[in-house]
Write a protein that binds this ligand. Structure first.
Ligand code: NAG
Ligand code: NAG
Length: 287
């Protein structure tokens, strides 16, 4: 097996919709919302102007209640979990939480007091780590080419295209025929980000015995610079392998010639001896 790593970097696209806006509204039936780890989450509350109080809290797994934010008597109160990293805007009734952490995920509820009524709305917040750097690497084996896409992030969904045509494979790696040629592109997405990387795929060189397998795991996460090293290592290996073959065949050839030469000489000697023997007999017969 032989490894060639990201032969030619062509295009990397990382698009980020990292700051998320979620609405807590009792009228919405789909009450789920994604926030990007380390980024901003804005929670917008849809309220009638007649409201008097608002309480935002989280229900923990054990059923207990964690206060997050409240408005009473037109004054805002932020609780410990968000106090140092949040802002509330009265003009659009939006609570913005900066630098989202994993602990911000959970089941949120707003209780709004509106003309002596309590209106409750729920929202489930799910925190996902956005996609980090995207690496595409290629591994050539005896009869197929495997392309690997690696990235950091939660709940990643992969898709592939070859020369713009979608490939039927939703995994982080894909197997292609040995001679496949063209631009292969790996797209990764989750609920908060997406990224794409395209590399030029070249047919694998003639298959060689297992050699550089050990560098596979380290090379997948390494940079393009390291990949060039891996490439040159492979090239050196091929050259050494070819030289070894040449020396081997050279030795075989020399041995063959030597054998033919010596056996021919033996036959020659035999003939000479036979002739001398016959000549000897002829002489004795004449005598
Ligand atoms: C918030 O900031 C105050 C003072 O700046 C600090 O004493 C407190 O520990 C901080 N709280 C959190 C949860 O970071
Ligand atoms: C709410 O208002 C603030 C201040 O005007 C603004 O910075 C923020 O982007 C607004 N948020 C939304 C979701 O409209």
């Amino acid at each position: 097996m032989m490894l060639i790593f990201g032969p030619m970097l062509m295009l990397v696209q990382t698009a980020a919709c990292l700051d998320q806006l979620c609405t807590i509204d009792q009228r919405y039936s789909f009450k789920q919302c994604y926030a990007a780890l380390g980024h901003k989450l804005s929670l917008q509350m849809n309220l009638n102007p007649s409201y008097t109080d608002l309480y935002l809290y989280k229900t923990l797994n054990d059923g207990s209640r964690l206060d997050v934010f409240s408005i009473t008597d037109n004054k805002e109160h932020k609780y410990e979990s968000i106090r140092n990293r949040s802002e509330f805007f009265f003009d659009n009734m939006t609570l913005t939480i900066n630098n989202v952490i994993r602990a911000d995920s959970g089941n949120y509820t707003t209780d709004v007091i509106d003309i002596d009524m309590i209106i409750s709305s729920d929202l489930q917040v799910i925190v996902e780590a956005p996609i980090g750097s995207l690496e595409v690497s290629i591994i050539c084996s005896s009869n197929q080419t495997s392309v690997f896409c690696s990235s950091e992030g939660d709940q990643l969904l992969y898709s592939w295209t070859l020369n713009g045509d979608p490939l039927m494979d939703g995994n982080s790696s894909i197997d292609l025929d040995e001679g496949t040629d063209g631009d292969i592109s790996c797209s990764v997405k989750n609920h908060v980000s997406h990224a794409q990387k395209t590399i030029r795929l070249k047919p694998c060189p003639e298959s060689t015995p297992a050699a550089v397998t050990s560098s596979v795991t380290s090379a997948v996460t390494s940079s393009t610079q390291t990949s060039e090293c891996v490439c040159s290592v492979s090239l050196v290996f091929v050259v050494v392998w070819c030289l070894q073959l040449m020396v081997l065949f050279g030795l075989l050839g020399a041995f063959h010639i030597y054998m033919r030469h010596t056996s021919g000489k033996k036959q020659e000697d035999q003939k000479v001896r036979m002739r001398r023997f016959r000549e000897g007999h002829e002489h004795t017969a004449e005598d």
